[in-house]
Design a protein around this ligand. Sequence first.
Ligand code: ZN
Length: 427
Amino acid sequence: MSDIRDFVMGHPLFCHHDHHVSFQDFDAGRDGYDHKSLLGYATADLVTAAGPGVPAELAVDRLAEYWPAICTTGYGRAVDLTSRELFGLEYTEENWPAITDALQDAIATKSAAEVYEDLVHERAQNRWTIQDGAFRLGNEGALRQDAYPDSYAFAFRIDGLLAMTDAVVIDALERHTGLNVYTLDHLVDALNLAIDEFQETGRLASIKIGMAYQRDLTVGDPTYAEAEAAFVRIRNRKVFWDGIQQNSGAVDAAASRNLGDYVLHRLIQRAADEGLPVQIHTGYLAGNWGSLAGTKALHLLPIFDKYRTVRFDLFHASWPWASELGAIAKNYPNVWADMCWAWAMNPAESERALSEWLDGVPYTKIFGYGADTTYPWCNVGYSLQAKIGIARVLEAKVAAGYYSEATACEVAECILLRNGEEFYGLD
Ligand SMILES: [Zn+2]
């Protein structure tokens, strides 16, 4: 092992993005954890391998049939890395019963907090985590202080407001804040009150924009009058508890777009006021059948240009448009390029992207890792996968004569940990 590889493999990480279950939800699911719980994102590759007409649940049920076809992908290799690292077992059909037993043994005598300590902190070496999923409307346990490790900070996410087709999310905002939302101004007031509440926990790290799952990332700048007209139209579509719609007229795409864009600008302005970073999903979408065309980070250029004091953390290497993200991060001082989840989607392209970015973008503007997963054991494989790729890229820079070993270690320390700590003010 080279010195730089040694350095990377032993280095603590800043995990820019995760969706871990809370301690309470982890405990509720204890009986069901088995070898399939290691799959993480690999379930989507099973669906792809199965071909058309096979529902997702069936594809996972037929794991033995499809696993050989996906054990070579980034998603598949991460599963095997987790199994080998934690249990010393290759992830093969004959080992699945033993993997289930080993997993159950590993957690049997531990509290959820102890499991997270062991897997996330000790084994995956994740020193800090930005958690996405807790700070949302309707999450009863959102404000509990005993749901996640102290090393977790939280992203506030309300994508429903950015792609509204009915008033369901407005109802949720009313319930959450206790405010009546009769006007566009009320809507913005309620949104800000919800953010206040999360901010008062002292653990709000960012505003997360995940709207690429619902709409394209092209953002206009509607006037107040346009947004208000859209609000009235959508508000009047309130669906009552008995399912009777007050106004069954279809909401046109333009109304949804105008209101969503208006709210997005208010969210980013709140981030500007508070000095809060904004995390944005760009590129490939989790699962299957996602609409990829609208997810390019390039659509967001007017936003980066307009909000020059806001710091943007752009996710997932924007894969498959990683080169574009490199150019964006080079051009806009307020944009940081983030490799969270990218190593699992495509390790080879992630290596190429990181190598390219390092040749074009200051290494202080690159974030190397985020597991983006549900269960703490998956972090073990995803963190190893990222470290293997990062080490290979840095070894190549040293071998080419571009970096000294000392420079390679400095770059590694920054992209693995220090850049995240400085960006999110955690240390
Ligand atoms: Zn995610």
